[in-house]
Design a binder for this molecule. Structure first.
Ligand code: ADP
Ligand code: TRP
Length: 321
């Protein structure tokens, strides 16, 4: 079974990204053959700054490698290092109706928010279809917002297969995981970099402490019993603690004598304990860009081998000989 997913390179990552997406992707290395790439071409639709795109792409690679992406076991590359995807994008464009693209929620949402649409943004799902179909992907783990793009991929693949009376393209299925509920931010709303309520994974100890100490709670005093069930600090502790530890924490909430500051420090300890091993690995990689580039080139060469063989068959199928 082939699992494929792309990640947009988007600067700093928070623990919501980690528990919502990154951790699952890393773990899927045990479920099948994982193909994962940094969607640098897709990022061009929103990032128009050379240095920023370079920095974000490099950091995304470092973050994934530090968090356990295994470049031997999986195929991990940067999208623009395997240019076959652009050739397939053009071929697929000719099997994509305007109406299909006009119905895309993400495109409609962006234009409704006043973002000036250009052709890149409009045809974004065709490039995503090329990513998926080039590698014969069976499963595409995505967030809710991307499910429609996988459905569009199936439509495009069907249209192509039908035109050439072939079953060349494998029909992909999206996989959404409902188990991890949305990770709450420091104010209790969905943690998101757009809401300024994040707890970052890789920031200075001082900054992370400040974010944790800023978690919103009610104003119960030290000598009052507290309600753990509705508390943001407790909700975040659930991500890091096992059952026994949570029971102990519940007792502490229910027994007067401690304040929210104590619970926040308990959470901070857990966060540090969880991410410290990755911090060190990440620092090593950040300080060794040559090694990171070698790993990415190795991944690209593995991906390219598959992509170029598939493209030969596709060219032959459509008459580009
Ligand atoms: P942000 O909302 O901070 O801009 P992105 O939209 O870049 O985050 O999300 C990247 C990935 O992380 C997506 O797959 C998304 O599903 C996941 N993710 C982001 N925030 C959360 C959250 N609070 N809880 C669970 N998953 C999240
Ligand atoms: N559009 C995806 C996102 O924003 C990223 C992406 C690009 C992707 N190509 C893909 C995801 C192919 C899965 C498969 O999250």
């Amino acid at each position: 079974m082939r699992i494929l997913s792309g990640i947009q390179p988007s600067g700093t990552i928070h623990i919501g990204n980690y528990f919502g997406m990154i951790k699952k992707m890393i773990e899927s290395q045990n479920d099948g053959e994982l193909f994962a790439f940094i969607a640098s071409y897709h990022a061009l639709t929103s990032v128009k700054d050379k240095e920023l795109l370079e920095k974000n792409t490099f950091e995304a690679a470092v973050n994934f490698l530090a968090l356990g992406m295994d470049p031997e076991k999986s195929t991990f590359w940067v999208q623009h290092h395997v240019k076959e995807v652009l050739e397939l994008y053009w071929i697929l464009s000719n099997h994509t109706s305007m109406g299909l693209l006009e119905r895309a929620h993400s495109f409609k949402d962006k234009t409704a928010r006043g973002i000036q649409a250009n052709h890149g943004l409009f045809s974004y799902p065709v490039l995503m279809a090329a990513d998926i179909l080039l590698f014969d992907s069976n499963i595409v783990p995505v967030g809710k917002d991307q499910v429609q793009h996988v459905e569009m991929t199936r439509d495009i693949a069907n249209s192509f297969n039908h035109s050439y009376n072939t079953d060349l393209f494998v029909m992909p299925k999206s996989k959404i995981d409902d188990v991890v509920a949305t990770v709450p931010g420091t104010d209790g709303a969905k943690m998101s970099k757009s809401y300024n309520n994040t707890i970052d994974m890789f920031n200075t100890k001082k900054k992370i402490k400040k974010q944790v100490m800023g978690i919103v709670t009610d104003s119960k005093e030290l000598d009052e019993a507290k309600d753990w069930a509705g508390c943001n600090v407790y909700s975040l502790c659930k991500l890091f603690m096992g059952e026994d530890e949570l029971l102990t924490l519940q007792k502490r909430y229910e027994t007067p004598g401690e304040g929210y500051g104590h619970f926040k420090l308990a959470l901070l300890d857990k966060i540090n304990e969880h991410f410290d091993p990755y911090v060190q690995k990440r620092e090593e990689l950040l300080n060794n860009p040559k090694k990171v580039h070698e790993i990415l080139e190795y991944g690209a060469s593995k991906a390219r081998k598959i992509a170029s063989a598939k493209m030969e068959i596709i060219r032959d199928t459509v008459g580009l000989i």
